[in-house]
Ligand binder design. Structure first.
Ligand code: PEP
Length: 259
């Protein structure tokens, strides 16, 4: 199965809407100058909610081949949920993706696996592709070993949602923003375990079609190692996605190593 790699930039709570416009423009020009083939490696950005309308307008007016999504959504469609944003609103903005279950949402906003499953279902319902984040803390890895927590977290989602297009991002919490990325071997081991979990729950075909990303301190200097692994289909990039040259270099990973 040929899975198109996805390089996804999670801007977190950085860049206002004016900075977002400048950043997306610069990213598009940088990739165009480098003759980047967006059908070969897909590039997506995940700006804060307040930037999305500006990013959508720019992308659609200039027909930019960059895709975009939100960093979160509500599990509800509408109603008394102050501060939350419905998947219906994101779909109306032509967002293609939405991140769900990022570890910062799980820890800072108390999102449980069940909430993450409900948000995944809401995304699918509104025609968005959820980027479902799973991953263990350093403590959990020491106590329970590799390939356990991420698969368990994903299992709750797979049990609650009918087979659909999703992207899974394996993001070990200890690697996020720490500068200490997992090794390519560790990423492969976890991504392969995740794929086996999808096969068990949704069948081999779904497992073969689902893109599984690695995330955690990805940079242009380490991306090629991850993408050489058979079960790693791209990267969810945090800090390095704010630097256009660096993010474009990550998206251009094939050029560094002739992959
Ligand atoms: C993230 O927040 O999803 C992430 C992977 O961050 P960083 O690349 O900065 O480790």
């Amino acid at each position: 199965m040929n899975r198109t790699p996805l390089i996804a930039g999670n801007w977190k709570m950085n860049l206002d809407h004016l900075q977002a416009i400048a950043t997306v423009q610069k990213l598009a020009w940088t990739l165009k100058d480098a003759r980047h083939d967006h059908d070969d490696v897909e590039v997506a950005v995940f700006p804060p909610f307040t930037d999305l309308r500006s990013v959508q307008t720019l992308i659609s007016a200039d027909k930019l081949p960059i895709r975009f999504g939100a960093q979160d959504l509500s599990q509800y469609d509408s109603g008394a949920h102050t501060g939350d944003v419905s998947g219906a609103f994101l779909a109306a903005l032509d967002a293609q993706y939405v991140i769900v279950g990022h570890s910062e949402r799980r820890t800072m906003h108390g999102e449980t696996d069940e909430v993450v499953a409900a948000k995944t279902a809401a995304a699918v319902k509104h025609g968005l592709v959820p980027v479902v984040c799973v991953g263990e803390t350093g403590e959990q890895r020491e106590e329970r070993g590799a390939g356990v927590v991420a698969v368990e977290q994903l299992q709750v989602v797979l049990d609650a949602v009918q087979p659909a297009e999703i992207v899974v991002a394996y993001e070990p919490v200890w690697a996020i923003g720490s500068g200490q990325a997992a090794t390519a071997d560790q990423a492969q081991e976890e991504c392969a375990a995740i794929r086996r979990g999808i096969a068990a729950a949704w069948g081999e075909e779904a497992a073969a079609a689902t893109r599984v990303l690695y995330g955690g301190s990805v940079k242009s200097g380490n991306i090629a190692g991850f993408l050489r692994e058979p079960d790693v289909d791209g990267a969810l990039v945090g800090g390095a996605s704010l630097d256009v040259q660096e993010f474009a270099a990550i998206a251009r990973f094939r050029q560094h190593v002739g992959l």
